[in-house]
Design a protein around this ligand. Structure first.
Ligand code: CUA
Length: 326
């Protein structure tokens, strides 16, 4: 039972989205602070338990030769453990956390980074724009590795919180404000992020990935992302594009280079280049994409995409078109 409880407790300490698996100097400093706080809190906890145990034994067995028989010693113990140690510990942690680590994880000065990404939180997905280009994407935010990138975060609706534990602290996305954060991944990799502020029914399904790539690979990605959508080539893709414009898809989604200019849902210009749909809720593959189009409310109740009662034929055509949008 105890082992199961401990296993459950530390289950969140590893894996894909761990504060302890750090990939930037900022998250490394946060991890160091976390370990210090854990060790100090552990010592304080054990000390308190020891005091309680001594007190309990002394009460139940009067006459045992524990220290503290004289009143002077008892008063000193109270002053030491009740005042001196807590003040020293709290002041030290205050300086380390609020002066040192917060300073180290400060947002970059505007214009001091190689590039910036504008991230907008939506119920319940993420939109990313790359200033200076026409690139727009959703839920998969690419950055060049070993490069200082400024995230400019805002929201389209309620308060969200942008958090990639392996890279830096979190920032709240607040209506009417731009909050900034530095991302500086030390190596290429996929770093999972999560909305960290309760924002409604599907808050738990508001995840994203920061994909840090070697700079040349990133530039190729960005160039593709900035381009208009590929025109459909096969008859099935052409039928799918017609359905997309004729059904209500186009009133919510943009596919750049076509008549679809909706601004409510994610930009789908290069949908097939993303590995997930619905903010990492489902894999973006031939099995789940049609199921999602048929009944999005089944997978993510309350999201803004309605099921449109499409025929199997329409869904199949839409899927072949969307899966061609690399
Ligand atoms: Cu967005 Cu929680």
């Amino acid at each position: 039972m105890l082992i199961a409880a401990i296993a459950l407790g530390v289950a969140g300490c590893g894996g894909k989205q761990s504060t302890l698996d750090t990939h930037s100097t900022q998250s490394h400093d946060i991890r160091t602070l976390w370990w210090w706080m854990l060790v100090v809190a552990g010592i304080v906890f054990l000390g308190a338990i020891a005091m309680l145990t001594i007190g309990w034994i002394r009460r139940s067995r009067p006459g045992l030769p524990f220290f503290g028989q004289s009143e002077r010693v008892e008063t000193r113990l109270v002053v030491l453990f009740g005042m001196v140690i807590p003040v020293v510990v709290l002041v030290a942690l205050f300086f380390v956390a609020n002066v040192y680590v917060i300073g180290k994880t400060e947002p970059p000065k505007p214009g001091s980074t190689a590039m910036s990404v504008e991230v907008t939180g939506h119920q319940w997905w993420w939109e990313a724009h790359y200033p200076g280009t026409t690139a727009v994407t959703a839920n998969e935010i690419h950055i060049p590795a070993a490069t200082r990138v400024e995230v400019i975060g805002n929201t389209d609706d309620v308060i969200h919180s942008f958090w990639v534990p392996e890279l830096n602290r979190k920032i709240d996305l607040i209506p009417g404000r731009n909050n900034r954060l530095l991302l500086d991944a030390d190596s290429p990799g996929v770093y999972r992020g999560q909305c960290a502020e309760f924002c409604g029914l599907q808050h738990a399904h508001m995840s994203f990935e920061v994909i840090a790539q070697p700079p040349a690979q990133f530039r190729a990605w960005l160039q593709n992302m900035a381009a208009d959508a590929r025109p459909p080539t096969t008859p099935a893709e052409q039928a799918g594009q017609q359905d997309f414009m004729a059904d209500q898809c186009a009133s919510c989604h943009t596919i750049r280079g076509t008549a679809a200019q909706g601004q409510i849902g994610p930009d789908l210009t290069h949908l097939a280049s993303r590995s997930t749909i619905a903010a990492l809720t489902l894999p973006n593959d031939a099995e789940y994409l049609p199921r999602w189009i048929r009944d999005p409310q089944h997978f993510k109740p309350g999201n803004r995409m309605p099921g449109l009662n499409l025929s199997d034929q329409d869904v199949a055509a839409l899927v072949s078109y969307l899966r061609s949008l690399r």
